[in-house]
Design a protein around this ligand. Sequence first.
Ligand code: IPD
Ligand code: CA
Ligand code: CA
Length: 270
Amino acid sequence: MTLEPRDALHAELLDLARDLARAAGAIQRDRYETGLTIDTKSASIDLVTEVDRACEERIVGGIRAVRPNDAILAEEGHGGDDSSARIRWIIDPLDGTTNFAHGFPRFCVSIGIEIGSERCVGVVYDPLLDECFEATRGEGAWLGPRRLRVTSEADLGRSLVATGFAYDVHESADDNLDLFRNIVKSARGIRRDGSAALDLCYVAAGRLDAYWEFKLHPWDVAAGFLIVEEAGGRLSSLENGPIDPSGREVVATNGAVHDALLARLVEPVL
Ligand code: IPD
Ligand code: CA
Ligand code: CA
């Protein structure tokens, strides 16, 4: 079979993204539970380790070596935003840094690729479970040979839901706590596992029925959004508007429970 040019490009980008996600994941696996240099960024609870930086160097170096003209947006500062480039890589070299720094086994590498600002490729790699979630636009979302599909659960009371809290939670009144309370009181269960990229993949894989979070960044969601979409999930803002690729306001569900979740998020529960 001969691939169409667009499909061939997607396949080539996916192969490179997967290889680089696995290479960075190997660094994380090697350095897990070893002594680390840890610094802080925007707040005392916003950590960055030498492993975040090493993973980013590995990924960005790997892209630059074979695709020097692509734009790169990476969390730890690599790449300038080259608006003339058609292809843009959006990279979270280590999503779940707080977990990684504490030896809590839930973190990953996230790499999303846009072509002409359309999400086209997403790879999220969990190195401890050796799970590689991936999607290309129009080709479905996959975990190895398994095609991913969201659940069909429509009842919030039977749903497992995840969320997270931004690094300004100590100072900001806009802290997600009221919404958290509403869903604790309504869903079957709630999780705060500390990796937005994996939370999105777990919605896609049917391990979660829904997930919401605020004040995320493009690198947290670039891969996960496509993986949810390709698994048949639904993405929106809190007001049920279009999803913002900046990650400022994220509601990701199986679709069936979306409206119930949106309604309950903003409705005070006694
Ligand atoms: C964080 C994680 C966490 C989410 C934070 C993110 P980082 O990313 O995804 O789950 O709640 O808002 O910033 O800092 O570990 O890459
Ligand atoms: Ca992140
Ligand atoms: Ca990160």
